[in-house]
Write a protein that binds this ligand. Structure first.
Ligand code: FAD
Length: 173
């Protein structure tokens, strides 16, 4: 291909390592930041999003209504070594404690495990969170290649801007 955009999320480091000529010392270290969600049994208590202050390394456990109108809380942040999407039901107590800081009347036992996601992070525990990395030929030396690393939250919100930046970089190349 004349142009290649590598945007494989959690596999960014692995895929770059498989591209012939990609300098290994230009592949940033990657970390897995798992986040789980819990769902509220019963009527959603609020109409609007609630974002408490961020937790170290992530935006923090927030409240939203999903498209079906049900209340969802999450995600937390746990550093993991493997891709494991299990949601531990025992975490409900930890979530209850956190949620009661902004919703003291959360009923006891009303949370059920929902789903999990894993963020492709470029920083480890306690390290400052860097920006997304859009690496082009000036970085790795391969013409026509843009390699994206660390497209974690808010990568979805930023996707149009990332797409524009990638397109501009490739057109200039
Ligand atoms: C718990 C959690 C909460 C989040 N919350 C938010 C939020 O509130 N707001 C927000 O903006 N963002 C949020 N994000 C981040 C958002 O989900 C990501 O930034 C976004 O999904 C990244 O998109 P992407 O296309 O770069 O990667 P992905 O969505 O991960 O897509 C990568 C694709 O590449 C494929 N792939 C991998 N390897 C290969 C290969 N070798 N060959 C071919 N295909 C391959 C994968 O199968 C996958 O389909 C959250 C993420 C998590 C985990």
């Amino acid at each position: 291909a004349r142009l290649l955009v590598a945007a494989p999320g959690l596999a960014a480091q692995e895929v770059a390592g498989r591209i012939e000529g990609y300098p290994a010392d230009h592949i940033p270290a990657g970390h897995f930041g798992k986040g789980v969600y819990f769902r509220l049994t019963g009527k959603a208590p609020f109409e609007r999003l609630i974002y408490p202050p961020p937790i170290p390394g992530a935006l923090g456990t927030h409240y939203r209504k999903d498209l079906g109108g049900q209340a969802v809380f999450g995600p937390d942040l746990v550093w993991v070594e493997t891709e494991d999407y299990w949601v531990d039901p025992d975490k409900a107590a930890e979530f209850e404690g956190y949620i009661r800081r902004f919703w003291p009347s959360l009923p006891q036992g009303a949370l059920t495990p929902d789903y999990a996601g894993i963020r492709p992070k470029l920083h480890g525990p306690g390290e400052p969170q860097p920006d997304f990395q859009l690496r082009g030929p000036e970085d790795h030396g391969i013409a026509g290649l843009m390699a994206l690393f660390g497209i974690e939250s808010p990568g979805l919100t930023s996707s149009l801007a990332i797409g524009e930046a990638v397109a501009e970089a490739l057109v200039d190349d």
